[in-house]
Write a protein that binds this ligand. Structure first.
Ligand code: HQG
Length: 181
């Protein structure tokens, strides 16, 4: 049986649990959860064999803690990044005064005109960590980090959420709250 590299499994899980559960014939609950057993069976039927032990390694070793298990270990979901419509149980919280967003220089003109748009994802992704955002930006080209005046956004009524792995989420960042660097 072909054995898959941890990173390959993580990518496959991201695809299935965030974007295309139907690609292997599974469904997600309203909160984005699916049964671990059914997930492993469905992956195997699609030719992708992963043992429970390997899955547990993928979850715990994952660099960004992208996946989480339910308390009884029977369910799994992606923590964020979904394009499928699910309702995560994020509670709105007061953000830190300043947050960062990493992007590529080629998007700057459009971003400064329209603000940060969530695109196919359910939220715009922000972080307190500048270096992380340099890395996220470099996925798209020459990186540039934008500072977001989260304090003013919050005071003018924008909602913020934080995921279990410290990604800050919001619906849209209007250009007025953005600055370079
Ligand atoms: C850009 C990874 C033009 C936005 C990362 C980004 C993150 C605009 C790209 C997570 C725009 C979307 C999310 C506008 C935004 N005009 N471009 N008005 N507004 N953009 O991949 O934030 O590895 O959907 O700046 O670590 O790069 O998947 O979002 O460059 O946390 O777990 O449009 O994905 O996590 O790209 O990345 P993405 P992102 P994972």
């Amino acid at each position: 049986m072909k054995s898959h590299h941890i990173k390959q499994i993580s990518k496959r899980l991201s695809y299935v649990l965030r974007h295309a559960p139907e690609s292997i014939g599974i469904e997600l609950s309203r909160g984005g959860w699916t049964s671990v057993d059914q997930l492993l069976d469905a992956l195997a039927r699609s030719g992708f064999h992963v043992s429970l032990e390997t899955l547990e390694n993928v979850i715990t070793e994952n660099d960004k803690q992208r996946f989480e298990l339910s308390g009884d270990l029977s369910l799994i979901r992606a923590r964020q990044g979904h394009s499928v419509q699910i309702e995560m149980d994020y509670e709105p919280v007061k953000p830190p005064d300043m947050l960062y967003h990493g992007t590529a220089t080629r998007f700057l003109e459009s971003i400064l005109e329209h603000g940060l748009i969530k695109g196919t994802r359910q939220h715009v992704h922000l972080s307190t960590n500048y270096q992380t955002m340099v890395q996220v930006g470099s996925r798209h080209g020459k990186p540039v980090v934008l500072s977001i005046d989260a304090k003013s956004m919050f005071e003018s009524g924008h909602e913020f959420f934080v995921t279990g792995n410290h990604v800050w989420l919001t619906e849209h960042v209007p250009p007025d709250f953005l600055s370079r660097g």
